[in-house]
Design a protein around this ligand. Sequence first.
Ligand code: 6PG
Length: 238
Amino acid sequence: MNSDVKIFKDKQVLADVVTDDLRNSLRNQTGNFRLALAGGSTPRTIYEQWATIRDNSLWSKVHFFWGDERCVPPDDRDSNYKMAYDSVLSKIKISDNQIHRIHGEANPEVEVLRYANEIKEHFRMTSSFPQFDWILLGIGTDGHTLSLFPNSEALKEQSSICVVSQHPQTGQKRISLTLPVISNAQKITFLVIGQEKAQVVHGILTSNGKSVNYPAAQISPKSGILQWYLDEAAARLL
Ligand code: 6PG
């Protein structure tokens, strides 16, 4: 697996670099830039830094998707959409049709089909899976990514674009992109901050993560690049 691992002093330096990456990608992009956002708490600092990009001509290219969503309303504190809206979407000039949120408030079995259709229509797909320009990912201490948890049926899904899953501890229903969609992306970047993630990062990057059944270790880019952006705390066991 061609993984590119970069280690940064702290989360603000990491956020600055991801912002530079986004700005440069958009400058070089002709046409739409399809971006799938990570959820959880890690990306907040990064998305807040994105709000410093003031060139509306760059933002006009971006179509925001979500890698996963909790099945809660969009104004719920648990919503990945709300986190992104509060951090950056509410601070930049973009039109509603650039935002492709997962409807966490809907029936999950209905929404999983609707979101997949929205993706198919947007990408005018000719192959089985969309190719996102950039998919951002977080990772849990159990090695889950998006809402693909260890030993879950959702993780095994190889034909659908997205899937209904459930948090193993809380039982919270989730909608998540599937492994083949992630692996089909042009660029996949894990954003990992904090010492509590050091063990799982070590387990994946220094040994065959598959041996400890980490879902994140099963991501293998078909043709794109896989990056790990870590702060020093998350990288301390490397
Ligand atoms: C979610 C994410 C999930 C997250 C990890 C890490 O919806 O929660 O998709 O995969 O990235 O659980 O979460 P933290 O960034 O909060 O540690």
